[in-house]
Design a protein around this ligand. Structure first.
Ligand code: IPM
Ligand code: MG
Length: 368
């Protein structure tokens, strides 16, 4: 029997996770998926209970599960503790230990939310782009790293940005194949834009060369373009619809995916998937733990609920169940329900709701 491990984490993690679990339980019954749910500790919650941001038993549970659903980790309470024990390290370690090298972040505009974006409606209307971020390499994991004291007594911080050909090829393959799948569905040409800083950094010069070779040898049906990361950041604001699939390394992907998320009005709407070579995955909202609103029933649970849909699609191949969740989310937006982050105060006919009420509204749509 397939199992899903839920890791609520910190801040708003527990509240959004409660709503996501309710939705997962409902579709599990409705579509007879036969999934067993388990829960575990990660991040600050795990530090408090067990003294480690990723305790061994959580890691063992995650390795045994078929998929992991994560809330969010981190908060000011744990910011002062030693670097290697901070909540974020738990997240990085689970990504690395599970080999989740491919992070898929979709920035899709719900037409109902066009006014929630800070960009003009015509710039973002119909936006649907996918960022494929390499997640277990690059400067996040490169050695050596640290803070050292120089001979003159001054301190120096250092990190190392590294990519091997094989790491670039495997993430490139994911991007090209997703572009092919998306093109089939949309009837648009398959397009990948590889983002680098090849004018300055050798590591991304190799990245660019490897992408060129890969495309030439195996994906000649996909149109490949290249962009420097600074220009990509600008183009995302100027004309985001020029992109379909963007592929990039860990650090650039971290930054560009927050930017892309905001194009859609709120990072509170965006799910993500992190996959290993066999399709096993960890699914989490793109947003963080938002400690400022934690425990106040203000958080938007939709990104986590949509992460459940991604999990059903990518790991469990249950497209009908995934679509049912996505439809239910779209329906509640049609009904005018909005959490604070997606509320446009100038629009009439909207009802502000909390996290719990939003989750319950999705459940009601699923049941109808
Ligand atoms: C993300 C987050 C993480 C990252 C942090 C919390 C370590 O920003 O998932 O984008 O940088 O990868
Ligand atoms: Mg980030």
């Amino acid at each position: 029997m397939a199992t899903v491990l839920t890791l609520a984490g910190d801040g708003i993690g527990p509240e959004i996770m409660t709503q996501a679990i309710n939705v997962l339980t409902a579709v599990n019954d409705k579509f007879d998926l036969g999934l067993t749910l388990k829960s575990g500790l990660i991040g600050g919650a795990a530090i408090d209970a067990k003294g480690s941001p990723l305790p061994d038993d959580t890691l063992a549970q995650a390795k045994a599960a078929d998929a992991v659903l994560l809330g969010a980790v981190g908060g000011p309470k744990w910011d002062a503790i030693e670097r290697s024990l901070r909540p974020e390290r738990g997240l990085l370690k689970i990504r690395s230990e599970l080999g989740l090298f491919a992070n898929l972040r979709v920035a899709k505009l719900y037409p109902q939310l066009a006014n929630a974006s800070s960009l003009k409606a015509e710039v973002i209307k119909g936006l649907d782009l996918l960022i494929v971020r390499e997640l277990t390499g690059g400067i996040y994991f490169g050695e050596p790293r640290g803070i050292r004291t120089l001979e003159n007594g001054e301190q120096q911080g250092f990190n190392t940005m590294v990519y091997k050909t094989s790491e670039i090829e495997r993430i490139g393959k994911v991007a090209f194949e997703l572009a092919q799948t998306r093109a089939k569905a949309s009837k648009n040409p398959a397009k990948v834009c590889s983002v680098d800083k090849a004018n300055v950094l050798e590591v991304t010069e190799l990245w660019k060369q490897t992408m060129i070779e890969l495309q030439k040898d195996h994906y000649s049906d996909v149109e490949l373009s290249h962009m420097y990361v600074d220009n990509a950041a600008m183009q995302l604001l100027r004309a985001p619809k020029q992109f379909d699939v963007m592929v990039t390394g860990n650090l650039f992907g971290d930054i560009l995916s927050d930017e892309a998320a905001m194009l859609t009005g709120s990072i509170g709407m965006l799910p993500s998937a992190s996959l290993d070579e066999s399709g096993k995955g960890m699914y989490e909202p793109c947003h963080g733990s938002a400690p400022d609103i934690a425990g106040q029933d203000k958080a938007n649970p939709l990104a986590t609920i949509l992460s459940v849909a991604m999990m059903l699609r990518y790991t469990f191949k249950q497209e009908d169940a995934a679509l049912a969740i996505e439809q239910a989310v779209s329906d509640v937006l049609d009904d005018g329900l909005r959490t604070l982050d997606i509320l446009d105060k100038n629009e009439s006919g909207l009802t502000q709701v909390g996290c719990k009420q939003m989750g319950e509204a999705v459940l009601a749509k699923l049941a109808s």
